[in-house]
Every structure is written in C-alpha cells, then in structure tokens.
Design a protein around this ligand. Structure first.
Ligand code: PEP
Ligand code: MN
Length: 338
C-alpha cells in the first residue's frame, strides 16, 4: 500500500501514523520528494482500513498495490484449483456442465430432467429448493422437500447435486447436498458466507447483480478465510443500463477472474440472458473465454415452469447445445468433465 502525504503535513501527526502502522506489524519505507512525501507500507496490509487512512488530515491519497484477498489470490497459489464435487471435478482443464430446472417442482419432474441432462453429458444436477424471488407471491420453492427430491434424482442418476441456500439456519438441511449454491442476491450475506466457511462442502458462489470483480473475490475470501477452500465462482450476468436482456453477461470477467484467482470460474448463461435462444451463443462465448463450466436451466415444459420458463431449454434443446459444447470444448482444448 502506498500513502501519499499532503505537502504541508504536520510531522507530529505523521509520527503517530507511523507508530500506529508499526504497531500493526507494518514496515514503512519513506521517500521524500520535492512535491510529496510517500510512505511505502510493507507487510500484511489486507487488514488495514484504506478509507480510514485516506480520511486522515495529513493524507492526500492512498493506493493499494496488493489485492485485499489472500486465499483466493493466484499470486500466492499459481496453480488452478481443482474441486472435487461428488464423483466429478471442476477446474484444471475440465469443462463441467451443471444442468437442471430452475426450481424443483416434483419428484417425477426432477428425476426425468436429471436423466435427460445426464444422457446429454451433464455431470451435475442443479435445482432450486429455496428460491429467492423478487415477488413474495411467486413460487418460493419446495424447501426441505425439494432437497429430498434432488437426493432422489441423485439416487436415480448418480449426478451430484447443487442447490441454493438462503439462510444460515438451513445449513443442517444441506448435509447431504454435494455443492451449496450462494445466489447472486446473497453474495454479500457475510454471516452466511462465514458459516459456509466452517464447512467442507464445496460452495458455488454467484456474482452479485451489481458487484465488482473485487467484491466478488472478497466474498470468496470470506468463505476461504473460515477454512473452506472449496469455492467455485459463477459469473451470471450483471445489471447494466441495457434492458433487452435480463442481465448483461460480463464475459470479460471470466479471463479477469482467472488471472486474479486460482479458483474455478463457471458461467450461467441462462440467468444472464433470461431468454432461451440466447443461452447457446453465450455458452459458446463462455467456453471461448476460458470458463471451467456452465450452469444451464433445463425444463421439460418451459411454458409451464414454476420459475424461469422463458430462459429454460427443453431436454432436446439441451442435447443440441451439448453437441456444440463438445465441439467448442475440443476446439479450445478443454476436456468435458466425466
Ligand atoms: C439460480 O441459479 O437459481 C438463481 C436464482 O440464480 P441467481 O442467484 O444467479 O439469480
Ligand atoms: Mn432460475
């Protein structure tokens, strides 16, 4: 971290800033120039409050030269992390396809979709049991029963399951879940992230609707700081000024995230687009950008889906998409996870 002091700074105030930093184990390299004095802070600056320092009378500006996240940082962990989820892996050159309905609706429904997506090459089943809906009058999910039905679908197909949690009190219900999803709306639910940090269960962390890449990585850091290193990031589109799509898929976030972190990065083109026909081109773009996987919503009868029918592919459309995914993966040197 670099602290630029005001030209006419008070030396006593500087002494107390230096003493305060040294107490925190930070070494200081001072460089006195004609116009400005600059302090180079060396050590673990991740716990320093940059806004507090910037607000001091004697400080002109503060700049971080090191990212505030450590566990997630590729600088300290250059190799890609590969995360084992049930019998499949995410990261390290594997392209993992997670597919399934937006919401779990019934046993028959989720088992049929699980069988269909597995037949087309998906290696994980997604499905929401607890649904974060904009309207309190919209379908809220089957809750505990939804998780039970996902486990039935897992028993029928062998596919590991990923499903969303919204509340720390529900953690015991997720004991047999292979991967716990934190949805976009909860990306900064820090109490939830801290609790998930105490588990070993892999976490699929989705990017918040208006979150920066750094905020996204700081949320991953919350989970990892608690000891759970099994975090997969999911770019699912962000809110921009463009109303034609549900969200705007931030495809540039994929290579940027992968340069900053060793964690796997998957893309959810379904929630990014909000429109079924756009899922395929966005999925192709995600593979080209280096994504480690895709999360795709599939429903056997989209017009009658309890949620997100407009963006859901039918099993036949999903099968056609998977043909293209296979071709794109081969072209970009990725191996489809098995
Ligand atoms: C979902 O995956 O079901 C979901 C609600 O997604 P998001 O949190 O990205 O909106
Ligand atoms: Mn959905």
């Amino acid at each position: 971290m670099i602290v630029i002091l005001k030209h006419d700074h008070n030396p006593d105030q500087l002494d107390s800033l230096v003493a305060w930093l040294q107490e925190k184990g930070i070494a200081i390299h001072t460089s006195i120039g004609e116009a400005n004095t600059i302090l180079g802070l060396v050590g673990d600056t991740s716990k320093l409050d940059i806004d507090l320092i910037a607000a001091l009378d004697i400080v002109e500006d503060v700049k971080r030269v090191q990212e505030p996240y450590k566990n997630a940082n590729r600088k300290f962990h250059p190799e890609d992390t590969v995360i084992q989820v049930g019998n499949t892996q995410i990261g390290g050159g594997n392209l993992t396809i997670m597919a399934g309905p937006c919401s779990v609706e019934s046993e028959e429904h989720v088992v049929a979709i699980a069988k269909a997506v597995k037949a087309s090459g998906a290696t994980m089943l997604r499905g929401g049991a607890f649904k974060p809906r904009t309207s309190p009058y919209a379908f809220q999910g089957l809750h505990e029963e939804g998780i039970r039905l996902l486990l039935e679908a897992k028993a029928a197909t062998g596919l590991p399951i990923v499903t969303e949690i919204m509340n720390t009190e529900h953690i015991p219900l997720f004991e047999d879940v292979d991967m716990i999803q934190v949805g976009a709306r909860n990306m900064q639910n820090f109490e939830l992230l801290k609790e998930l940090g105490h588990l070993k269960t892999p976490v699929l962390l989705k990017r918040g609707l208006s979150s920066t890449i750094e905020e996204f990585l700081m949320s991953a850091e919350y989970i990892m700081a608690g000891g759970n290193e099994n975090v997969v990031l999911c770019e699912r589109g962000i809110r921009t000024f463009e109303p034609s799509m549900r969200n705007t898929l931030d495809i540039s976030a994929v290579p940027m995230l992968k340069s900053r972190t060793h964690l796997p990065v998957v893309v959810d083109p379904s929630h990014a687009a909000g429109i079924a026909w756009m899922v395929e081109p966005l999925a192709m773009a995600a593979i080209a950008a280096g994504a480690d996987g895709l999360m795709i919503e599939v429903h056997n009868d989209p017009p009658h889906a309890k949620s997100d029918g407009a963006q859901s592919l039918t099993p036949a459309q999903f099968a056609a998409l998977m043909e293209k995914v296979n071709g794109a993966a081969a072209f970009f040197g990725e191996t489809l996870a098995v």
